[in-house]
Design a protein around this ligand. Structure first.
Ligand code: NAD
Ligand code: DAU
Length: 356
């Protein structure tokens, strides 16, 4: 079996569902259920004996030691993190705690467990760390996309904490020989994404007739990857990645934010027309994110060359599936838009001159 951390969040939950469908190997899922963790994401595997959920914190060393000894996983796939850049600007402490201290705690527990394994089990063990392209910093319009050799230049508290965790993972391999793998992926989108992130926020606000907040001039560029393609990439890296290596994962799909928002508006005009007029009328330019990285782009040739992974979805196919999923799962959206979500929306957008 494998141990997944953060498997009640957006990518982690997609990974657990995908894993159980594709690999048919049991999963122990350790998640602290912060505001971003949601058991509803795992409703379809409730009662499935192959999925064991453990409510706990990756900073809790005693709990992790106990889990490893009791469950004896052959691999750890580490998603748990504080993941939202805007929240890291409002409150960086939680990011240092979970992303740095939590990863450190997990590495130390993994090192002790792996060190006590024998022969085959020791050789087969893997620690896969899920990270982000944001560790590389920001690109100018003509710069080549991020390769794995690009120096780290993180610019937000979130990306700095993820970069720190990547460095720890690297060092635990170099110094202690821990069999690690790291993936650095671009912006994911798809089912179960918490509506604080651009794509689900825009879908939810557009359906409610609320403003669609665009930071700055809307020309910041991200590379977008459908979450199912990210899950498939992680499976490949876990199965055949070279130890100690990092693999960039991306969709070859750079787009400015304003184009993302216009695409969603056009899809909603087609799938759920609003009698009040085209959804684009709701676009509202608001104050920019402090230190807002201008452009990310991923050179994904290494994972393609070494492991044969390529994204299956185009942006056109992935965003259509995603909008359709949110339309079909309005109850899920309604449940996560709790009191705590409202407080975040007020804190983040009131000072920007818009209150979606
Ligand atoms: P998310 O915020 O949706 O989910 C994070 C999960 O981690 C939640 O279920 C939360 O409860 C859990 N968690 C948080 N702190 C914890 C702790 N101390 N102990 C145990 N569990 C804890 O995040 P996501 O978007 O699914 O991202 C997952 C991982 O992928 C993160 O490491 C993130 O940095 C990375 N990543 C995300 C993206 C993206 O576009 N979302 C892209 C590249 C990499
Ligand atoms: O690049 C990978 C990263 O992508 C992950 O590591 C992070 O966990 C994930 O949250 C994401 O970070 P971003 O900051 O790129 O995602 P977000 O959805 O917050 O914003 C995407 C872009 O849209 C960014 O340029 C900021 C902009 N934006 C965002 C929000 C929430 C807006 O213009 N308006 C908004 O209301």
């Amino acid at each position: 079996m494998i141990l997944v951390t953060g498997g009640a969040g957006f990518i982690g939950a997609n990974f657990v569902l995908d894993w159980l469908a594709a690999a048919n190997e049991p999963v122990v899922n350790l998640d602290a259920l912060t505001y971003a963790g949601n058991m509803e994401n795992l409703a379809s595997v409730q009662g499935d004996g192959r999925h064991v959920f453990v409510h706990g914190d990756i900073c809790d060393r005693a709990l992790i030691d106990r889990l490893l000894v009791e469950q004896r996983p052959r691999a750890i796939v580490h998603f748990a993190a504080e993941s939202h850049v805007d929240r890291s600007i409002h409150g960086p402490a939680a990011f240092v705690r979970t992303n740095v201290e939590g990863t450190f705690t997990l590495l130390e527990a993994a090192r002790a467990y792996w060190g006590a394994l024998d022969g085959e089990a020791r050789a087969a063990f893997r620690f896969l760390h899920v990270s982000t392209d944001e560790v590389y910093g920001s690109l100018g319009p003509q710069d080549p996309p991020f390769a794995e050799t690009k120096a780290f230049e993180p610019n937000s508290p979130y990306s700095a904490s993820k970069a720190a965790s990547d460095h720890l993972v690297r060092a635990w391999h170099h110094t202690y020989g821990l069999p690690v793998l790291t993936t650095n992926c671009s912006n994911n989108y798809g089912p179960y994404q918490f509506p604080e992130k651009l794509i689900p926020l825009v879908i939810a606000n557009a359906l409610a007739g609320k403003p669609l907040p665009i930071y700055g001039d809307g020309m910041n560029v991200r590379d977008w990857l459908y979450v199912g393609d990210h899950c498939a990439a992680i499976r490949e890296v876990l199965a055949r990645g070279r130890l100690g290596e990092t693999y960039n994962v991306g969709g070859w799909n750079e787009m400015p934010n304003i184009d993302i928002v216009r695409t969603i508006c056009a899809l909603l005009d087609e799938l759920r027309p609003d009698p009040a007029g085209p959804h684009e009328r709701l676009i509202t330019y608001v104050q920019d994110r402090p230190g807002h990285d201008r452009r990310y782009a991923i050179d994904a040739r290494k994972i393609e060359r070494e492991l044969g992974w390529r994204p299956a979805e185009t942006f056109a196919s992935g965003i259509r599936k995603t909008v359709a999923w949110y339309l079909a799962n309005q109850d899920w959206v309604g449940h996560v838009q709790s009191g705590a979500y409202r407080e975040w929306i007020d804190a983040n957008y009131a000072a920007r001159g818009a209150r979606p």
